[in-house]
Design a protein around this ligand. Structure first.
Ligand code: NDP
Length: 301
């Protein structure tokens, strides 16, 4: 069984009179900053002088340059895009770190593949929300919170785990539960979902849409049938609440019959998905993704 942490395992008091610097004020940065502030934590933002810095100021935060924010903080949370992180870390973050600080990553990616090697004098931890940025804020405000994968990668001070859990509580994640995991497992699990499961799922959906439209069904009816009605999304919600099998009670008998008997026809999907999930392929994908992102960013810039 995985180790799962809840609110009772975390002590927000550890952050009293401490400063938490969030580097980046985008999807995760803004939501996590607002949640931490609402939890009573003193937050500053480290950002390049850009539109995110303006938003952070409008939201009432003190905004400093990245290096300055790092110097002033007890905890540094790195919430900028993964593909720019190694360069920003080496040039602006690492030279300004102070021994004893806790550095938090929201993705295991750069540590797992040795693209970032933090100094040994700081604690390093993972708090990787299983939630998009806007959901991090909305579920906090709604009171439910969101789950995360968490883990201590390096404990220089002996207090890395306690401080990591305090931050996880401050952003609202221990409310829903935090599962302990290594940087490596988080990164490869995430890559599996983004590079194997997600694309395979998306391709099945697109193929079904194309086939039905080619067969002469009205496009709007096809889209409604397959996702626009929200029926599938609702069924997924019910899967979360009562489990995969029990949610089938809410479907018609013919639907249950199809799910139980017809999935056998697609058993050969396991092999291609399994091969994409194998570690060496995932590592290769990681390099491809980084290269692709660089091309996209360069083209856009
Ligand atoms: P965003 O793309 O939203 O980050 C935007 C922020 O990064 C802005 O503050 C932006 O500043 C800053 N930024 C962009 N480029 C640079 C640069 N070259 N130098 C310095 N700052 C820069 O990131 P996310 O919030 O999506 O992701 C942050 C981390 O969270 C990543 O590790 C990601 O894997 C992880 N994560 C993300 C999830 C998500 O749903 N988005 C879910 C779980 C984890 P400006 O706009 O001013 O240029």
């Amino acid at each position: 069984m995985s180790q799962i942490y809840h609110d009772d395992d975390a002590d927000l008091g550890l952050l009293e009179d401490r400063t938490v610097a969030l580097i980046g004020y985008g999807n995760q940065g803004r939501s996590q900053a607002l949640n931490l502030r609402d939890s009573g934590v003193n937050v500053i933002i480290g950002n390049i002088r850009d539109h995110a810095a303006v938003t952070a100021k409008e939201d009432g935060f003190h905004v400093a340059g990245i290096g300055e924010a790092c110097k002033r903080a007890d905890v540094v949370m790195i919430l900028i895009p993964d593909e720019v992180m190694p360069e920003v870390f080496d040039t602006q973050i690492a030279p300004n770190l102070v021994p004893g600080q806790l550095i938090v990553f929201a993705s295991g990616y750069n540590i797992a593949f040795d693209l970032i090697v933090p100094p040994r004098e700081v604690d390093v931890a993972l708090i990787a929300p299983r939630m998009i940025g806007i959901g991090v804020r909305e579920t906090f405000v709604a009171g439910s919170g969101f789950p995360s994968f968490v883990g201590v990668h390096h404990d220089a001070t002996g207090s890395a785990k306690a401080r990591m859990l305090a931050i996880a509580k401050g952003i609202g994640s221990t409310r829903a539960g935090c599962i302990e995991m290594s940087m490596h497992d988080e990164a490869t699990l995430d890559l599996f979902t983004e590079q194997a499961f997600g694309p395979a799922f998306g391709r099945v959906l697109m193929t079904a849409i194309e086939l039905l439209i080619e067969a002469g069904y009205p496009p709007e009816a096809v889209l409604l049938e397959l996702y626009l009605s929200g029926e599938f999304a609702y069924s997924f919600e019910k899967m979360r609440e009562v489990g995969m099998m029990r949610q089938m009670d809410f479907h018609s008998r013919t639907s249950q019959y199809g799910t139980v008997t017809r999935s056998a026809r697609f058993m050969d999907l396991a092999e291609p998905i399994k091969s994409l999930g194998e570690h060496d392929v995932v590592v290769r994908l990681h390099r491809d993704v980084t290269a692709t992102l660089k091309v996209v960013v360069t083209a856009a810039g």
